[in-house]
Write a protein that binds this ligand. Structure first.
Ligand code: NI
Length: 225
């Protein structure tokens, strides 16, 4: 009986999900930064997941619905590793140019794709190109989504150079910041081991957007950062 209890206790310890561990980080007390990756999942996403896992870093992935349907297992793996998943529309559309019904369709089909892949519906979305307005935000609220923008964008898709991307991230890094990158840009994935190493050296805890909000969100229909 005692042995069973001990075994059960040790199993419970080892099977604690990474998210539980991260939930203990209090960003009001320690220096936090949220790395966010848009437009995936893609061919280079698994390499990025390996880098983050090795570093014990958490991130937020804003995924494109049609790509989730192509690579559902990668999204499930990201969530299992304790990363947050957000909605980045189904077809990477510029939402303000669409009709209400089309915007809802973009958001809902992506919610469904993520639900199918991971068993959970995201609570956050990021509008492609950062194109948004009050109408988009209202419709996101109807879909029970909060809008998450960023404090710094690396323009990694333009730089396409690991050294330049690393320099951009380090320049943009600030306490409680949200950095926008793309897991579909190979140079970003290539730069990431060096980036996380340096950020940790500078005292940053790399957390999801939800952890950064520290219990004050995300609330649907609200825009953050
Ligand atoms: Ni995008």
């Amino acid at each position: 009986m005692v042995i069973h209890a001990l075994l059960a206790a040790s199993l419970a310890m080892t099977s604690l999900p990474a998210t539980t561990v991260e939930a203990k980080i209090n960003c009001a007390r320690v220096k936090c930064l949220a790395l966010t990756f848009d437009d995936g999942p893609g061919a280079t996403t698994p390499t990025l997941l390996k880098t983050l896992k090795k570093a014990g870093a958490k991130a937020t992935f804003f995924v494109v619905g049609k790509r989730v349907e192509e690579r559902p297992k990668i999204v499930a793996q990201a969530m299992a590793q304790g990363h947050a998943i957000g909605n980045h529309t189904y077809s990477h559309a510029s939402l303000p140019t669409l009709l209400d019904d089309e915007i809802l369709e973009e958001l809902k089909t992506t919610q469904d794709a993520i639900q199918t892949a991971t068993g959970q519906q995201p609570k956050i979305f990021r509008p492609p190109y950062g194109h948004t307005d009050d109408r988009v935000l209202g419709l996101a609220g109807e879909t029970e989504l909060a809008q998450v923008l960023w404090t710094g964008t690396t323009l990694d898709w333009q730089l396409r150079d690991a050294k330049k991307i690393k320099a951009a991230v380090l320049r943009l890094a600030q306490r409680d910041g949200v950095i926008l990158m793309h897991d579909t840009v190979p140079a970003t994935v290539q730069a990431m081991p060096g980036i996380v190493k340096e950020l940790k050296k500078r005292g940053y805890h790399l957390v999801t957007v939800a952890t950064l909000l520290n219990g004050k969100g995300p609330k649907s229909g609200v825009s953050y950062f």
